[in-house]
Design a protein around this ligand. Structure first.
Ligand code: ASP
Length: 340
């Protein structure tokens, strides 16, 4: 009898325990919204890192370099997706319209600022449609010529393009790409009009320059330093105000007469607008960690790429810079009459 009574008491206590647990869980559930639960679990699947240019190009290379350590820091794979075309604006549109769940992130360069002045109407607003994770790195550019192009230095190049005009071809990665900006600023400063040929990225453009199918290309140093060093392309000048340590024999365009010619390609990481702050914080921490990996640092340094200072590697560091760059490049681009 006692045994039976004890059993009944235990059963009742158990029921009470279970039901109070359920009540507690339901109460907590009322406070934890679905999105909070989703954030808590984030990331529970792979993350897509959208790159706005072709595989094998400079933007793609920087993205692939940081995707692996970012994935390690987040405990999920970061998969690079190349969304090519229209100088990066197709990818920007896609990212602006993607779900703000933290599973789509975006690496783009200063084209995020210059496209504003190059296109009459963009389907996205760089200052309204994105969240900002942080700046990444600054990449210099070099004006390159195919190996067999007759001029051996900038002075000879000047005479050559004046004599040949639109017979000279210049590759770029479309309106909004920095290769296009650099090429057209160069033509504007020289007062010449060459034949501009758009590619889906400077990866394929460089392949054609190496193959001799196109004469000139203004490209970032990410892939080009080894080709310059072993003479497979000609380097006519850097777009920096100081010579680059990796190629000290290549003069700057500034010192060869194009005073103040400076294009340093800054990069930023974004998400669609509306990604919750705790996820943005985790992405920012993963980006910082990735950029501090010794292997990443070394590989960027070898390509003369500068990792940005910690204050720029922040959401505000990127947002403020983007705003300033939109204001800086608008007048320069309009004055240079780009696109032509
Ligand atoms: N950075 C681009 C690429 O990766 C090209 C460009 O902006 O000119 O192809």
């Amino acid at each position: 009898m006692d045994l039976h009574k004890n059993k009944m008491e235990t059963k009742m206590k158990f029921k009470k325990f279970v039901s109070s647990g359920i009540v507690a869980a339901l109460t907590a559930g009322a406070f934890l919204s679905t999105s909070a639960l989703a954030q808590k679990a984030w990331p529970n699947k792979s993350i897509t890192l959208v790159v706005p240019f072709a595989a094998g190009g400079p933007t793609d290379s920087v993205a692939r370099l940081i995707a692996v350590p970012m994935g390690q820091a987040l405990g999920q794979t970061v998969v690079v997706e190349n969304v090519n075309g229209a100088g990066g604006t197709i990818a920007s549109t896609k990212v602006a319209r993607a779900a703000p769940d933290g599973y789509t992130i975006y690496l783009h360069h200063m084209g995020m600022a210059t496209a504003n002045a190059l296109y009459d109407k963009l389907p996205y607003d760089p200052m309204q449609d994105f969240e900002y994770i942080g700046q990444v790195a600054d990449v210099p550019m070099v004006l390159l010529g195919k190996k067999d192009l007759p001029p051996n230095n900038f002075k000879e190049l000047e005479a050559y393009i004046r004599a040949n005009g639109s017979k000279v071809t210049m590759a770029n990665a479309g309106p909004g790409a920095v290769s296009q900006l650099c090429g057209l600023l160069f033509q504007s400063r020289m007062g010449v009009k060459l034949t501009n040929i758009p590619y889906k990225g400077t990866g394929p453009a460089l392949t054609d320059l190496l193959g001799g199918q196109v004469d000139l290309l203004c490209d970032q140093t990410t892939q080009t330093i080894p080709y310059i060093k072993d003479g497979r392309v000609k380097a006519y000048g850097t777009t920096t105000l100081k010579r680059l340590p990796a190629i000290p024999n290549v003069p700057t365009l500034d010192e060869q007469g194009l005073k103040g010619f400076e294009v340093k390609v800054w990069h930023g990481m974004y998400t669609p607008k509306g990604v919750p702050k705790p996820i943005l914080d985790k992405l920012n921490a993963a980006l910082k960690k990735a950029l501090n990996t010794p292997d990443v640092k070394k590989r960027l340094e070898d390509a003369n790429i500068d990792i940005v200072s910690p204050d720029k590697m922040t959401p505000n560091g990127l947002k403020n810079h983007l705003d300033a760059e939109i204001n800086k490049w608008g007048p320069i681009i309009r004055k240079a009459n780009i696109p032509d």
